[in-house]
Design a protein around this ligand. Sequence first.
Ligand code: HEC
Ligand code: HEC
Ligand code: HEC
Ligand code: HEC
Ligand code: HEC
Length: 395
Amino acid sequence: MKKALLSIWRTLSRPAVHISLGVLCLGGFVAGIIFWGGFNTALEATNTEEFCISCHNTPENDLVYTELQQTVHWSNHSGVRATCPDCHVPHNWTDKIARKVQASKEVFAWFMGSIDTVEKFEARRLVLAQHEWERFSANGSLECKNCHNYASMNWDEMSNAARVQMEPAAAKDQSCIDCHKGIAHALPQGMDSSGGMIGELVQQSHGTSYQDGGEYYSVRHLEMFEDGDLTIDAGLLTPASKVMVVAENDDAIQVVISGWRKTKGFGRVINEDFGMNIATASLTKEAAANPEIVEAFEKQEDDLTGLGWERITATVWMRKDSFLSSPDALWSKAGEAYVTNCSLCHTQPAPAHFSANAWPGMFDGMLSFVNLDSDSEALVLKYLQKHSSTFSDHH
Ligand code: HEC
Ligand code: HEC
Ligand code: HEC
Ligand code: HEC
Ligand code: HEC
């Protein structure tokens, strides 16, 4: 019976099927067995990973299955593997039927090809993930609790970070998915409204006109060069960094970047201000040591760390591209991206809740939870640092 059903599904799930009379008949045949004959047997056959992956692991879209295989739920030291139905099909009988009826919508969607390529799936992933999040939150993450039990958790053996969050959660019997999203598959790219953010800002930057003495702000990571022909690499400018134009040719501008660097090491990283880890640019080793590029001024010691710093300017060449004459648009886009990406699991802390130097550590710890590209990451981090307690009036 299981084999027969599977082979029917395989036939139905071949790419590029058109709904023909034959397929409709087959559908009727399957419905016939389910509602008339071997109800139980049919239900069992659909409750296997094999069945799920007949649709969810195709050459055109193998994402969820492949992603699962990289997680602890696929391979761990206790040898217990969670399969698709373990997490997605409730053990409770009536809920199971409800899920199956809902799944008949999936069969319909399958014929419509709603997720039959990686592109279509990624475009739809946020909607699908939200269905699951709602389901888990309605049943208190019942499927997780079939294997994991708050009452059997040994708090002493847990990491600090886990205990601090999980002990109060256990007291409230809180739904696991409130905090553990994206444990089995990659999080939806749609969660990340930044996909378009940098693109939009670059678009906007096409309207920028460059003038001698003018100040400009970078929209994303931008290449710096030692020469006006843009042939000798001098490093990268980070997003939302300020430069001043001092000369130009047809395609390029010569800019001065002001900041501070540590006196220890090669001095490649330029920070925005004394003692502050707000990255402005990173120079190549050669550029950092080139007196025609870097000019050093006063030195100062940071009492907090004992490290020496020096004020510098770096004079480099860059493409006339991807700068805005005001940082306002950068901050408003980054602010939106911060809210969409970082309010999913907890209310996002106000930027002024932490200092400019505390934010990088906080932010890095959260990056595995979000899908931000490196330009957006750096822009959102700088937004948080520039709106941190270090700069706010209430400090
Ligand atoms: C006939 C093909 C097919 C089979 C078999 C199938 N699915 Fe689906 N599944 C789909 C399609 C198509 C969608 C997308 C529905 C949409 O676009 O609204 C989907 C969506 C989902 C979702 C997203 C949540 C939702 O309700 O929208 C989950 C979770 C899921 N399937 C899990 C499973 C599991 C677990 C199994 C095995 C018990 C399974 N699927 C078997 C085709 C199938
Ligand atoms: C079939 C049983 C099973 C189900 C269902 C299950 N888990 Fe697990 N889970 C495990 C096992 C086994 C481990 C690995 C334990 C170990 O380290 O040996 C694990 C590990 C974890 C971890 C630790 C991750 C890490 O990186 O160390 C988390 C968090 C977790 N599960 C959450 C969940 C959540 C949330 C759900 C529901 C969506 C869930 N689990 C469903 C069996 C299950
Ligand atoms: C209030 C938020 C929250 C809730 C609710 C929650 N967890 Fe956690 N859990 C955490 C945090 C935070 C960690 C630590 C994550 C880390 O270290 O990366 C964690 C860690 C874990 C670990 C690994 C523990 C270790 O240190 O070895 C497991 C397993 C786990 N959670 C399972 C669950 C399950 C199952 C549920 C639901 C029954 C659940 N959690 C509910 C926040 C939560
Ligand atoms: C350990 C539990 C677990 C296992 C095992 C698991 N999933 Fe999921 N799945 C989830 C959770 C939780 C979500 C909700 C989205 C999220 O947080 O990533 C989800 C979401 C989905 C979605 C919606 C799209 C998306 O990526 O969010 C599909 C489709 C899906 N799962 C299919 C499957 C299939 C097919 C299998 C087996 C190959 C499977 N899942 C195994 C927990 C699991
Ligand atoms: C998938 C869920 C999830 C997402 C998304 C998420 N966080 Fe968190 N965050 C947590 C959990 C769980 C904790 C507590 C455990 C820990 O510290 O590891 C936490 C803790 C924090 C803390 C520490 C709070 C404190 O007072 O010590 C900060 C700050 C933070 N998150 C910021 C962010 C930022 C910024 C983002 C967006 C880039 C983000 N979070 C996205 C789950 C998430």
